[in-house]
Design a protein around this ligand. Structure first.
Ligand SMILES: Nc1ncnc2c1ncn2[C@@H]1O[C@H](COP(=O)(O)OP(=O)(O)OP(=O)(O)O)[C@@H](O)[C@H]1O
Length: 270
């Protein structure tokens, strides 16, 4: 079995408060000989006001883990808590309440958008879901400001009048209107080119710094993980092989899989 390395300094343990905790979480798809163990005995914390990234290659179980954190996929075994409440098996109203606290931004800012909707219409629908249509324009503009899309004309644009990075920032603004405590971004930048990607990553660090947002960022790219994260969790074949503060993981990786991922990003060692 693959060794799991936890890099936290015991002297610092407890200096950050966990908002979300997963303990010994497993996910198996299918049964018998066709069973796929996508996530194996994974434990980690998401600390308040920090950006944590899960990094790993395709098929390592990152998205499965993200969907379980979001309550979109039942776990096979283990426990998950949010603000010390058990969120392992949420249903009905409790699940809806959880989805206000925990918002998601996914990979594809193109398909998430109805091409015939203006930004105003997209965001108004989100406000209606909140039962908060009254707050209207002011709330939409506030959310757009947070993602660096100011100016009233943005509200009247259609998707094709926005760049990919702008569309992704609109999706982040939409999530922000719910006033979440935590944001889960699953490969939210992987369809963007390099300059737009940095732009969206900077929006996420601003949300952490200005709003104290807790963010879980999922990526296959350890370069992005290092650029953004306070803590890095590395997954290989469903196992969390290494986790710890970003500096420790990138400058002194203990697991050979982490070293291999890092060797693909030569710039980091310059
Ligand atoms: N609904 C499902 N049914 C069966 N197997 C699944 C299902 N979803 C995921 N898997 C399997 O679980 C494993 C982990 O998949 P997952 O999508 O979580 O990986 P990932 O690291 O997010 O990869 P990628 O970056 O390619 O999305 C893979 O072997 C995948 O084939």
């Amino acid at each position: 079995m693959t060794q799991s390395v936890v890099r936290d300094d015991p002297a610092l343990a407890g200096s950050h408060e966990a908002l979300f905790s997963a303990r010994e979480v497993n996910k198996t798809f299918g049964h018998g000989r066709r069973a796929v163990e996508a996530v194996k005995n994974v434990s980690f914390d998401l600390n308040k006001g920090q950006i944590t990234t899960i990094v790993g290659e395709s098929g390592s179980g990152k998205s499965t883990m993200a969907r379980m954190v979001l309550g979109l996929l039942p776990i096979t075994s283990g426990t998950m808590t949010f603000e010390d409440r058990d969120v392992t098996k949420l249903r009905g109203g409790a699940r809806t309440a959880y989805w206000r606290d925990v918002q998601a931004v996914f990979q594809d800012p193109f398909s998430a958008f109805n091409q015939f909707f203006t930004v105003r219409r997209l965001l108004s629908r989100a406000l209606r879901l909140l039962g908060d249509a009254e707050a209207g324009q002011a709330k939409m503009e506030e959310a757009l400001n947070h993602v660096g899309l100011s100016g009233p004309d943005v509200l009247d644009r259609f998707p094709h009048q926005l760049s990919g990075g702008q569309r992704q920032r609109v999706m982040i603004a939409r999530a922000l209107m719910m006033s979440p405590t935590m944001l889960v971004a699953d490969e939210a930048t992987s369809m963007l080119d390099a300059s737009l990607r940095v732009n969206v990553l900077n929006v996420l660090t601003d949300l952490r710094d200005q709003l104290g947002m807790t963010i879980l960022f999922i990526t296959h790219d350890i370069g992005q993980a290092c650029y953004l994260a306070d803590r890095v969790l590395v997954m290989e074949h469903g196992v969390m092989v290494e986790q710890g503060p970003t500096d420790k993981v990138i400058f002194d990786p203990q697991h050979e899989y982490t070293r291999r991922l890092l060797s693909d990003v030569p710039r980091l060692h310059d």
